[in-house]
Design a protein around this ligand. Structure first.
Ligand code: PLP
Length: 410
């Protein structure tokens, strides 16, 4: 795909933060897998809401409250359409991917899992898709089975198939690895789970920002993601859940908004999705999330994914050709624009710190994927991750800076 430079420059203009300097140099922001930057139109929605429309949702007859409620519910409809859910009842707002998985582990765990049942995770999961299931083990004695990876960083599907037995109830896996970049064959993984009578949860934190996701086509039972990784505001996430399952699941938290009637004799709960949305939601950021979806749709997922792949290919080629001894973790054929690597003689932390001094923002460490680090036999990596507003010049600035860092550290 050929994307004119002008197209990317016009997109960049929407992100004022990209003009800032770090240590006297123009920032090169390559930490997009952790959080992406936010275009002006999203910030303006937040501003406008605080200046003109801030009132608590769902509780007021007055105009501001109704407008705020309309904005929040408009985003819900938009998200439903964006991921092609069947109904708005299937869209639950959370604080993020982490809260969405905790909700499912706790509530689905209570409704559907019993002592002796088994679930399947993968070794490339983010801690957000490991620890909630371990916490559930304090309440229900479930066994956790783990799918390993092949040397190029793909899930070993033969082992995956072999992990099922008649106690397997759920498979929970990441759509795209935040460390390796591997795009997992979600549809196939879900179909295999369903063939064995198990449900499937997809951690879409790294999926939705880079791929067009259709939850009906995937046939996912749960699909979860965070707004802040898709050019949106912080504090907002989405749990998509198949309606039949959500209906059978008990509330995750109790409080206002999620009830139908409360008395000391007993409480009845609100309908979906409100049953799972206790307390005042982050309605300002939910409203602004709509503007982030506007940005993605105006830009086009073909341009977003196209530019990210141009950057991934260009940068990977230069790193391999020009930096002797560099180790890149994750070389699956279907890979998103994440490059995790180690220089031959340098600690990941030192590499990241020196890159920062040269204006390049990358992430270092275990990336909340310690079991994967253990499987790879390392403590951490340096990770550069791209978004649509990154340019070839920035990719080159990164590689050139890394060559300098390599000389200093070796
Ligand atoms: N899952 C994956 C694959 C991630 O990359 C992340 C964040 O990096 C999360 C879950 C957690 O997302 P959040 O911190 O927005 O809840």
């Amino acid at each position: 795909m050929n994307i004119p430079q002008d197209t990317i420059l016009r997109i960049r203009e929407k992100f004022p933060i990209l003009d800032r300097e770090v240590y006297g140099r123009r920032l090169v922001y390559l930490d997009n897998a952790a959080t992406s930057q936010t275009p002006r139109q999203v910030v303006e929605t937040v501003d406008n809401m605080y200046y003109h429309t801030k009132a608590n949702v769902h509780r007021g007859v007055h105009t501001l409250s109704q407008e705020a409620t309309d904005m929040q519910e408009h985003t819900r409809r938009r998200v439903k359409e964006y991921i092609n859910a069947r109904s708005i009842e299937e869209i639950v707002f959370t604080r993020g991917t982490t809260e969405a998985i905790n909700l499912v582990a706790s509530s689905y765990g209570q409704a559907f899992l019993h002592d002796g049942d088994e679930i399947i995770l993968t070794v490339m999961e983010h801690h957000a898709d490991i620890v909630p299931w371990q916490l559930l083990q304090n309440r229900v004695k479930i066994k956790i089975n783990v799918v390993p990876i092949t040397p190029d960083g793909q899930l070993d599907l033969d082992v995956y198939r072999s992990l099922f037995n008649n106690r397997t109830r759920l498979v929970a896996f990441t759509h795209v690895s935040n460390v390796l970049g591997t795009v997992n064959p979600a549809k196939e993984i879900i179909a295999i789970a369903h063939d064995h009578g198990a449900h499937a949860l997809v951690d879409g934190a790294q999926g939705v920002p880079h791929l067009k996701v259709d939850v009906q086509d995937l046939d996912a039972d749960f699909y979860v993601f965070s707004s802040h990784k898709m050019y949106g505001p912080t504090g907002v996430g989405v749990l998509y859940g198949r309606r039949e399952l959500l209906e059978k699941m008990p509330p995750y938290q109790g409080g206002g908004e999620m009830i139908s009637h409360v008395s000391f004799e007993g409480t009845t709960f609100a309908e979906l999705p409100f049953k799972f949305e206790a307390g005042t939601p982050d309605f300002v950021d939910i409203a602004a999330f709509n503007s982030a979806i506007d940005f993605i749709e105006e830009t086009g997922m073909d341009i977003i994914a196209g530019q990210e792949h141009i950057l991934l290919d260009h940068t990977t080629r230069r790193l391999v050709d020009e930096i002797p001894g560099i180790r890149i973790f994750g070389t699956a054929p279907d890979k998103s624009a994440v490059i995790s690597f180690l220089l031959e003689n340098a600690h990941h932390y030192d590499t990241g710190m020196l890159l920062d001094k040269l204006g390049i923002a990358v992430r270092t460490g275990h990336h909340c994927a310690q079991p994967l680090m253990t499987a790879l036999g390392i403590e951490g990596t340096v990770r550069a991750s791209f978004a649509v507003y990154n340019t070839i010049e920035e990719a080159d600035a990164f590689v050139d800076a890394l060559k300098r860092v390599n000389q200093i550290l070796s």
